[in-house]
Design a protein around this ligand. Structure first.
Ligand code: NDP
Length: 283
């Protein structure tokens, strides 16, 4: 049997449409949600991501405050910019597009963003709250993955979830969110032996590795929900995920395509966090 294909574009659109009304309501109270997007240098992929974030902001009535600064910006200059944005009442959310050029200290920058404006959810306050199960900004991609499961009626409670990848921005937060939803979670990484056997036990399999089609179709448990976070460009220019989609979909119960699965959700959840940040400023 072929899997239900999880339509991330549709779920993302439903979320952003609901946000449009919230933005209108905020504007009626005199608050225009503002997102400051900081782009350092000319990385083509980063420019593309920033441009689609800006477009989505515009379409929802969120003010996008672009801060495009040159590659040779110093750490001191960048920290000063973050400080200005932290203190600017028009700015509700601050997003620093990663990766930063090599000479800049990413961690120091992430730590400098005010917790109230950390709409990417990568700062220590947001991540600490995630671990503590306290309300706070959730990292956008992991939050988007959870929304996809929820939209398709996949309840993690009591399921065995396997997360392949343990990065701070994707793998680890997804594992914590699945745990919060009462899944039994296994986290795999580059030193995990028997990856295939572990994946085969997954009722929910989240792949966040960054290796084209590394997870083979015959690693998928029959009926599993497969969330493919990977974005990889093959030699022929084709965009693929971390999962061998065509074969995996013959065994999975639900599966996200790449593109059109997790990708659109990341921006939708960024918009969600920005609106939440703006709402928190309404007296
Ligand atoms: P990282 O490179 O930071 O992390 C990759 C993880 O995969 C690491 O934990 C690594 O293990 C693990 N890994 C690498 N090789 C293997 C292997 N052979 N077997 C098992 N595990 C392995 O990547 P990110 O988490 O930042 O991103 C992962 C993917 O998700 C990328 O393709 C990225 O482009 C995509 N992405 C997509 C987003 C979206 O909006 N859809 C947003 C963010 C990322 P170890 O820790 O041991 O090195």
């Amino acid at each position: 049997m072929s899997a239900t294909i999880i339509d991330g574009k549709k779920v993302a659109k439903d979320i952003t449409e609901a946000l449009r009304q919230e933005v209108e309501a905020l504007k009626a109270k005199g608050v225009v949600p503002g997102l400051a997007v900081v782009l350092v240098g000319e990385n083509p992929a980063s420019k593309k991501y920033v441009s689609s974030k800006e477009k989505t902001c515009e379409s929802l009535g969120i003010k996008s405050l672009g801060n495009k600064i040159p590659e040779n910006t110093t750490q001191e200059e960048l920290m000063k910019l973050i400080d200005n944005l932290n203190n600017d009442p028009k700015v509700h959310g601050i997003l620093v597009q990663l990766p930063l050029p090599k000479h800049l200290n990413e961690k120091e920058v992430m730590h400098a963003i005010s917790a109230a404006k950390d709409v990417d959810g990568f700062g220590p306050d947001s991540l600490g709250r995630l671990v503590l199960d306290e309300p706070g900004f959730l990292p956008c991609t992991p939050h988007g993955c959870m929304k996809l499961l929820e939209s398709y009626g996949v309840d993690p409670k009591g399921k065995h979830a396997v997360v392949v990848g343990r990065s701070v921005i994707v793998g680890k937060p997804i594992a914590l969110l699945l745990l919060r939803q009462h899944a039994t979670v296994t986290i795999c990484h580059s030193r995990t032996p028997d990856l295939k056997e572990t994946c085969l036990k997954a009722d929910i399999l989240c792949a966040a590795v960054g290796k084209a089609e590394m997870i083979k179709g015959d690693w998928i448990k029959e009926g599993a929900a497969v969330i493919d976070i990977g974005i990889n460009v093959k030699e022929d220019g084709k965009l693929v995920g971390d999962v061998e989609f065509e074969k995996a979909k013959e065994r999975a119960g639900f599966i996200t395509p790449v593109p059109g699965g997790v990708g659109p959700m990341t921006i939708a959840m960024l918009m969600y966090n920005t609106v939440e940040a703006a709402k928190a400023t309404v007296k």
